[in-house]
Write a protein that binds this ligand. Structure first.
Ligand SMILES: Cc1cc2nc3c(=O)[nH]c(=O)nc-3n(C[C@H](O)[C@H](O)[C@H](O)COP(=O)(O)O)c2cc1C
Length: 380
């Protein structure tokens, strides 16, 4: 790939008469104008006093890129290979549930936009649309399935099997959400997407979940989702059970401690995602980017280390990649794009994100991701 195209695109955007929010604050504002208080608050807010949410954002400027010049950067190769599959760039869609609260087309719109821009799509367990619906809408594109464990673990195994059958390529087990974080905004707004039925895409279509219910009334389905999503007993033995039930690679999402990263490797886990859930779970935890370097060191290249929480623009992605992330997942920015303008809005967000990332890599003076990993980053 050459770099001429990237620069052309920037100029094309400047010439455009179409108005669309560019940066995160503008996107959030545009979404706010479209959404009612409950859904907007659910997406925007985090747990407790939102200390971790703020830390995630404020931590990035502490890391500075020290670029090199006079390296010919006229070609750029952003390819990354994970579990034997090569992706054109290291940018993924983070699992975000209940997308219908942002837009009627929900996850279908996001997955289609992701497919168009080659962002592998990680589908949430608590999606508004099902695994099969998303697979049918985006045939051939790369998809992983994010798993929330279930009180009735046969439901979890059933969803994993369905994801495998639908062509999903990996399972991402989220371990930081054994119960919901203390989210004051949702209490204030009396808004729970789970209780309003926005999370049922994968449950109402699951034969194991449905056959365990006394009846198929909406209320019964919803109360059983709420019951099953609470799984405080999750532990390493469950990981061993999950490994027995699938041949797909398994990643653990929510790792913040290097010892947990080492344990994951010991237990045969195939990859991890360093994440604090965008500050939505335990408030007061370490900024995700601050947790990354020690985890990269502990993992020592044995398994892929993906990253999310606080990524707002391309230069954030460059910092995370330079600090050793194999790939980076984007969360809230695409949700605001979805709220602002459905699939077209997500496309604009992903396109700008991808182009800014490419320009930022080239302006750092490197031409591929292994060179990027050797880029000097200083902590001020
Ligand atoms: C509205 C919303 C819903 C989310 N739903 C899920 C989910 O279902 N499963 C999951 O593992 N993470 C979920 N996350 C967390 C994201 O995967 C990701 O960790 C987080 O968005 C990163 O923080 P950032 O968006 O501030 O960068 C959700 C995040 C948001 C904002």
């Amino acid at each position: 790939m050459t770099n001429g195209k990237n620069n052309d695109l920037l100029l094309v955007n400047i010439g455009s008469t179409e108005k669309f929010p560019i940066n995160f604050q503008e996107l959030e504002q545009a979404a706010k104008e479209k959404l009612t208080t409950g859904p907007f608050g659910y997406i925007r807010s985090s747990a407790g006093g939102e200390e971790t949410y703020r830390k995630n954002i404020e931590a990035f400027p502490k890391y500075s890129i020290v670029p090199r010049f006079l390296n010919d950067v006229s070609t750029l190769n952003t390819e990354v290979t994970i579990f034997g599959r090569t992706y054109p760039h290291p940018l993924f869609i983070a699992p975000v549930g209940v997308n219908k609260i942002a837009h009627e087309d929900g996850e279908i719109a996001v997955a289609k936009a992701a497919a168009k821009y080659d962002f592998p799509y990680i589908q949430s367990t608590v999606s508004s649309y099902s695994i099969e619906e998303i697979a049918a809408a985006t045939e051939g594109s790369s998809k992983w399935f994010q798993l929330y464990w279930s009180q009735n673990k046969e439901i979890a195994f059933s969803m994993v099997k369905r994801a495998d059958q639908a062509g999903y390529e990996a399972i991402v087990l989220t371990v930081d959400t054994v119960m919901l974080g203390w989210r004051e905004e949702d209490v204030r707004n009396q808004f729970s997407p789970l209780k309003r039925g926005f999370a049922k895409g994968n449950y109402a279509s699951d034969p194991v979940f449905m056959s365990a219910l006394p009846d198929h009334e909406e209320e019964t389905i919803i109360s059983s989702i709420v019951e099953n999503i609470y799984h405080p007993s999750l532990n390493w033995d469950n990981i061993a059970e999950l490994k027995e039930r699938t041949t797909l690679p398994i990643l653990i999402k929510g790792i913040l401690h290097p010892e947990d990263a080492k344990l994951a490797i010991e237990k045969g886990i195939d990859g991890i995602i360093v994440s604090n859930h965008g500050g939505r779970q335990l408030d007061g935890v370490i900024a995700s980017i601050d947790a990354l370097p020690a985890i990269v060191e502990a993992v020592n290249g044995k398994i892929p280390v993906l990253f999310d929480s606080g990524i707002r623009r391309g230069s954030d992605a460059v910092k995370a990649l330079a600090l050793g992330a194999t790939a980076v997942c984007i969360g809230r920015p695409f949700v605001w794009g979805l709220a602002a303008d459905g699939q077209a809005g997500v496309e604009r967000v992903l396109e700008n994100f991808l182009q800014e990332t490419k320009v930022s890599i080239s302006l750092s003076g490197v031409s591929n991701l292994s060179q990027l990993r050797n880029l000097k980053i200083v902590r001020n």
